[in-house]
Design a protein around this ligand. Structure first.
Ligand code: EPZ
Length: 430
């Protein structure tokens, strides 16, 4: 199994190109199931999760092509890919494929909308929490679907003639349920109103893609989406937005090591709350024409309290990285995780660097220390893994991060991007 070996202590200086957002690319790929015409996606990141979803979509009958680089495009440019679901050949998403990536459950929306039936394996729990699918099932039933659970599968059938528009109020904000119901409603008969939806920039990216495909959606970017169903959608060409979690991760890395980094292509408005908090820790952030500049001049890192919340709040996907930063602050900070019940697996690993963190229920109290010491650590989930890498970059001595396949799910060329900015970091095979 590959590992990452790094030696901490170097400041980060230079430019890092920000890749396309994993969490936008995945639902955009799934949206291709809604039409028999090709959907072209630009700036798709090269990630293990994208590859995995390709397998799932191919199983449903989607033809996928990756186009070559255009003239003048550098190696930082994302992939241009075509997804063509001329026919849905199979409406089953099997356990072997769905169990490795939760987002693949979201195919249930487009399959039901277009093929009027779907049999999708329940995704099960995962390392960060139990992650149920009750909100999806509630919403799909409101659109008229009949749903049964059979041998670990959700078996869903649309009424004769297809799904029917409805007024759905989500009792809790869910990114996945919003994507799924939004996609399902585009082809439903009549009007659907979705209340208390997620407003993450990735939802907006998908909603705008659906509009480009001929869907009628209003309220994009707000808590209420209104969708007037249409008979069919057509092809479109859509850009994947830059990854705000990758942006925040590198910003925190630069904050920890000190230095001066331009995050090329980053869009500050996609993570304003996190940037405001970073500024309070003592980092200098400037939006420039081609990206976001992050500078820290070597002064101490100020402790700041944080609570994770749905967008526009502080993202749970940056909680582990922020905790890594706080382990080096000049005081005591508290972090409250409100989205997932078990997203503190990195705490025990950060302690191996000498960090002082106490967890009680949802709250982690972090007492900063002037220095961390490199260690052997184990990656547990995607964002936890990268928090160990950035802690290692700031720690004294050598760090080895084991089990890094989690990182490859969501970070494109991580070692390469960091080493080009002066980090001493390499992947060790085997
Ligand atoms: C998305 O997951 C992201 N994944 C996650 O990113 C992210 O952490 C999460 O949103 C929150 O921002 C993708 O976009 C592919 P949710 P999702 O449904 O949609 C509960 C990463 O590292 N809930 O918004 O699965 C759920 O248990 C990842 O890239 C229900 O109770 O998250 C959680 O507590 C991991 N019932 C809360 O809602 C349901 O039916 C929010 O989850 C659905 C969700």
């Amino acid at each position: 199994m590959d590992r990452i070996r790094l030696v901490g202590g170097n400041e980060l200086r230079g430019e890092i190109p920000i890749s396309g957002a994993k969490n936008a690319a995945l639902p955009l790929m799934i949206a291709s199931l809604l039409t028999d015409e090709p959907l072209v996606l630009q700036n798709v990141p090269r990630l293990a999760d994208v590859k995995q979803l390709e397998r799932i979509l191919e199983n449903h009958g989607v033809d996928i092509a990756v186009h070559g680089r255009r003239r003048g495009e550098d190696d930082g440019a994302g992939q241009r890919m075509t997804f063509h679901a001329a026919d849905i050949v199979d409406t089953t998403a099997p356990y072997e494929l769905v169990s490795v990536m939760r987002a693949s459950f979201w195919v249930i929306g487009p399959l039901l909308a277009r093929a009027h039936e779907a049999r999708v394996s329940l995704p099960g729990g995962c390392a960060i929490g139990t992650r149920p699918v009750d909100l999806f099932l509630y919403g799909l039933k409101e659109l008229g679907a009949q749903i049964e659970i059979d041998e670990g599968y959700v078996v869903a059938k649309a009424p004769k003639g297809g799904l029917i528009g409805a007024h759905i109020v989500f009792p809790k904000v869910s990114v996945g349920a919003t994507h799924t119901l939004l996609m399902a409603a585009t082809l439903a008969r009549g009007v659907t109103v979705l209340e208390n939806v997620a407003m993450e920039p990735e939802i907006t990216n998908v909603a705008e893609c659906l509009v480009a495909m001929g869907a009628k959606i209003s309220g994009i970017g707000t808590r209420i989406l209104t969708i007037e169903g249409v008979e069919r959608l057509h092809g479109a060409t859509v850009d994947v937005i830059p990854d705000r979690i990758e942006t925040g991760t590198f910003a925190m890395a630069a904050a920890m090591t000190g230095g001066d980094v331009l995050l090329r292509g980053a869009r500050a408005e996609h993570l304003q709350t996190a940037l405001d908090i970073l500024a309070r820790t003592g980092v200098e952030l400037t939006q420039e024409a081609n990206g976001l500049r992050v500078r820290r001049n070597g002064n101490g890192i100020q402790p700041v309290d944080v609570e994770t919340d749905p967008f526009p709040g502080f993202p749970t996907d940056l909680q582990a990285q922020f905790m890594a930063l706080m382990t080096m602050s000049s005081g005591v900070s508290s972090i409250r995780e409100t989205i997932f019940e078990n997203r503190y697996m990195h705490v025990a690993e950060l302690a191996r660097f000498g960090a002082d963190i106490r967890v009680e229920g949802q709250v982690a109290t972090v007492t900063g220390k002037p220095t961390l010491k490199g260690a052997q650590v184990m990656a547990t989930d995607l964002r936890a893994s990268v928090s160990l890498v950035i802690a290692g970059l700031a720690a004294h001595g050598e760090t080895v991060v084991n089990r890094i396949y989690h990182l490859d799910r969501g970070f494109e060329r991580l070692e390469d991007k960091l080493s080009r900015c002066g980090a001493e970091i390499e992947r060790v095979a085997g």
